[in-house]
Design a protein around this ligand. Sequence first.
Ligand code: TUI
Length: 320
Amino acid sequence: MHTQLCDLLDIEYPIIQGGMAWLATAELASAVSEAGGLGIIGAGNAPPEWLKEQIDKTRLMTQKPFGVNIMLMSPFAGDNLKLVIEENIKILTFGGGNPGTHIAGLKKDGITVIPVVSSVALARRLERAGADAIIAEGTESGGHVGETCTMALVPQVADAVKIPVIAAGGIADGRGLVASFALGALGVQMGTRFICSEECIAHPDFKSHIIQAHDRATTVTGKAIGHPARCLENKFTREFSKLEQSECTVEELDELGRGKLREGVLLGNINGGSLMAGQISGLIKDIKPVHQIIRDTVDQAEMIIINISNLLKVEAKTDE
Ligand code: TUI
């Protein structure tokens, strides 16, 4: 399975790992790259010292291409950008904001720039600014989300831009990969599926919580402060929503949210922490090694691609 996206990124399979704050570490990124996908170190809210350590570790664990995700809401976004240029990182994805003003400079340094968008308008603008590819992320995703679902967003973005489109949000297996191809994407980004891998350093209780989740287990909080985030519903999201509906200040909400993601996903505070995860959590039933996740996804996609044409033929026959 090889697409134009694989050529752009010098990878074997068109599968990119999401740059999840706290969880997209050297362990996960190197495993995904070793397995033929594109591993991503997620800078999240971490300082450049942390990011440098992760880059060094990843380079010890794989010779294959990997990237870094810069989270633009982070107070360290500028410092982390400087670091990745110094470190000669070749592929960057962006989240949580508009990277438009950075693109020209990064292109001069020979960096492949892949912003994440949740709207057609921003996809168009970033293509004009020089982005090499675009990740169209539907509202099914975990973490910071837009309003449009993947099924509606991906074909609209694919029609609006000429650069390769990568689908994200609600994808965790070969069905999601084939569906993404059908919608006009050349590859996928998966986040939640990779949390439930052996290599991901997420707390075991968080992984179990995803595995036990059902289709309606997630909820979106933070709309009132302009930072909607999808998480597994728990005591934390219920308290946050209650405070949001009352006449509280943005500062009070920020205070409640501060540090809660690390507490939830790394320390396993299942009730009091923030458990960012996508709507596809309900589909994930096991913890597997990263190479198995990628193998199973590709194998299932290849089977579907073979069988899908028969589906249409059967229908044509019954019509006769
Ligand atoms: O960024 C994400 N997902 C995220 S960011 C995040 S924040 C965080 N919170 C607590 C601790 C650590 C990190 C959690 N999950 N996805 C990519 C994405 N970015 N989707 C949509 C966007 C986006 C948002 C705003 C893109 C552009 C944008 O621009 C606003 C503007 O200025 O036009």
